[in-house]
Design a protein around this ligand. Structure first.
Ligand code: BG6
Length: 483
């Protein structure tokens, strides 16, 4: 395949806490299967799912098969058998100190084998798990730990969790995952910017009017009502995925593509975000919550019905106008919006270039500004909107037209899912696409400025119908319109 060398990687034992949880079964297990099928995961590897449930081996195998069948249309039975052979189940109630004392019998005691502890549980359990691992002597020099987001729910809790983990693992053993960084189209942002002189020369406040980043989802809160109601769109999506997209659009070129060089540059962006105050918050941020509506002609419930509560001030939509106070981006607004139960699933970044300073054409018809539209999902495309002449006599008539690069027609292979790429990076020990401690902390500082301001102002949600594009947008955009 074009995207990855298929050499078999180092042997690994992968231990997934929260192993039977939604994320593990929907994303992590299929990702490991795909990489096994691609010949990258060694057949001596072990995948151990830890959960408090008690299961028979046959029940466990059925769960694994179901998780794969939900994701993969045609499963090769030979590969499936190989996969089931490397999957194991370990039942443990992690709050019980002795719960991991049998785990070592499943693990291989060899320093050449990478031992990956994947924490796919709520982050308030991370330190209990780490303590238990330590007390059972399960952490060795070849251990790595993968931490799922969100890490805490504000700066203080995030720092506390990071420090607790750092008592037992070094920073180079810690992989803080943000799966958006593993998406092919997101990784392409760096290639697009830093291999094409055409764009990089125009990538600044002299040429760019505004940047718009949208991550819209059709789904609601699914089976995660209690988690979601404690977090909301700001902490669930903006603190991590959207801010990482902002970083990739706004960062300076690192001098080399090494983990620390890239993360140093992203950190500078996060530190330059203009803090939001209680005076500015209601003017530059809009929060909303969905009510009943229709998506694809199907009636869907309101948020309160989904979470089975009479009231909640949790936002399921947020739109933000932010500024990056540095030389390159001075005065350029970045508009971010994300929401659940929107009309369409769509993630895209739109770079709106400034309009030409003077129109020489006699008809003086409005000239549309150039736009670079980077479609991340479900469509994977790059469009460059430019003005061209409409053929024919009768003077100069023109209209905006797109130059389109469609990934699916340019690259026929299946794109690996984000988790595949990221898991392989963990085995390889490559931290470029993972967040460093200082990066996570800087993003929380900015997010805290919003949460605190909302709390002081007691900012209410605006309501929007499920299946719409969110509540009114006027306060954010001023004289621009959302793409
Ligand atoms: C997760 C959020 O991190 O990302 C979910 O917790 C969200 O609420 C999901 O649905 C979106 O990911 P993707 O890859 O489907 O865009």
């Amino acid at each position: 395949m074009f995207f990855m060398k298929k050499n078999i990687l180092k042997d690994a034992d992968i231990i997934i806490f929260g192993g039977l949880g939604d994320l593990s079964l929907r994303k992590i297990i299929p990702a490991i299967f795909y990489r096994l099928e691609a010949g990258q995961i060694n057949l001596n590897s072990k995948v151990i799912l830890v959960s408090r449930k008690k299961l028979l081996i046959s029940e466990f195998n059925n769960i694994i098969v179901k998780s794969l069948k939900n994701k993969i249309l045609k499963i090769n039975n030979i590969q499936l058998k190989k996969f089931l052979k490397i999957c194991f189940f370990y039942s443990a109630n992690i709050s019980d100190d002795n719960s991991l004392n049998q785990l070592s019998s499943l693990l291989r005691n060899d320093k050449n084998i990478i031992r990956i502890f994947y924490f796919s549980t709520p982050s308030n359990l991370f330190s209990t798990i780490t303590d238990n691992l330590k007390n059972n002597n399960l952490i060795n020099s070849s251990s790595r730990v993968v931490l799922e987001k969100p890490l805490g729910n504000n700066s203080d809790t995030s720092k506390k969790i990071n420090n607790e983990i750092l008592n037992f693992f070094n920073e180079n053993q810690i992989f803080r995952i943000d799966h958006y960084l593993g998406k092919e189209t997101v990784q392409n942002l760096m290639v697009l910017r830093f291999t094409n002189n055409l764009f990089e020369n125009a990538w600044n406040s002299q040429n760019i009017d505004n940047v718009q980043i949208t991550v819209a989802e059709e789904i609601g809160v699914e089976s995660r009502a209690s988690y979601y109601n404690n977090y909301g769109a700001l902490l669930d999506m903006v603190q991590n995925h959207l801010l990482q997209l902002v970083c990739l659009v706004a960062m300076e070129p690192p001098n080399e593509l090494t983990a620390d060089n890239v993360r140093d540059e992203k950190l500078k962006v996060l530190k330059s975000l203009r803090p939001i105050s209680k005076e500015s918050v209601d003017n530059c941020i809009e929060k909303g919550q969905y009510t009943r509506g229709k998506i694809n002609d199907k009636k869907v419930k309101s948020y309160l019905e989904d979470i089975k509560k009479f009231s909640s001030n949790t936002e399921t939509f947020v739109a933000i106008r932010l500024y990056i106070d540095n030389w390159r981006w001075a005065s350029v607004p970045f508009y971010l919006r994300t929401g659940k139960r929107m009309s369409k699933r769509k993630s895209e970044i739109v770079i709106n270039f400034k309009n030409i300073p003077h129109n020489i054409f006699p008809n003086k018809k409005q000239i549309t500004n150039n736009k670079l539209i980077i479609k991340l999902q479900p469509e994977e495309k790059i469009e460059l909107v430019q003005t061209v002449k409409i053929p024919g006599p009768g003077g100069y008539r023109y209209k905006p037209t797109s130059l389109v690069l469609d990934y699916s027609s340019s690259f026929k292979d299946r794109f690996p899912e984000a988790y595949e790429r990221l898991l392989i990076d963990v085995i390889r020990g490559n931290q470029t696409l993972f967040m460093r401690k200082d990066e996570v902390e800087a993003s929380w500082v900015w997010i805290d400025s919003i949460s605190k301001s909302w709390e002081i102002n007691n900012t209410p949600n605006k309501f929007y119908k499920a299946g719409s594009n969110g509540p009114g947008e006027s306060i954010l955009i001023n004289n621009h319109s959302w793409h």
